[in-house]
Design a protein around this ligand. Sequence first.
Ligand code: C5P
Length: 228
Amino acid sequence: MAPELVVALDVPALEEARRLVALLRPTVRWFKVGMELFTAAGPAAVEAVRAEGGAVLLDLKLHDIPHTVAGAVRRAARLEAEMLTLHLAGGAAMIRAAVDAARDAGTGLRLLGITRLTSEPATSSEFTWSVAETAVGVADLGVDGVVASVHEAAAVRAACPPGFLIVAPGIRPAGAGADDQARVATPAEAAHAGCDFIVVGRPIIRAFDPLQAAVAIMREMAALAAPV
Ligand code: C5P
């Protein structure tokens, strides 16, 4: 199956986010609300996507003491975000607290662990292996998936249990600039690597025609999805 497209609503104001969601729905179902928009608009940003029938990946990259992270997970579950990110560097106690809070909330909130940011270059041949190893460890702790680059996706897929989610940012259609991303890949490469979701921001939201840019990315993935 082709990966699902998540459009990153990396904009500074709620009105701009609403405009993008209205333009991209119903072609695009998934939207990412991250630090910039959530800092500006708070829960209203999640509600704006849900009001249009969209699904939310709340990308807050939580990283704090277990008690604080558990509290934030409970609030995210109450907002009915479908997925929430946390930094795996927070350690096992923090991860366990987050997993327990998500389960107790009972809303089906899925937790995604940030392995290594896609703006970080791969510095050694052990890099891919270490991301996959981290993914195995957090799958055991009950995390639902990881955010990783396409370059680590195959290793994560091979190492982790079936159903473990792989969400890949750092996606750039052929010919697009990398911006501040380092471990980039094309939508076709993401499909071929077996990612479940790709996250795309600037190549869509800064396009002259964001809907056309999103459709082109979805077509490219549908044509090259890995055989199941
Ligand atoms: O504009 P661009 O397509 O680079 O946006 C990628 C989005 O994915 C950004 O919102 C960024 O915060 C997010 N992200 C990332 N790398 C991660 C986790 C999230 O680029 N490891």
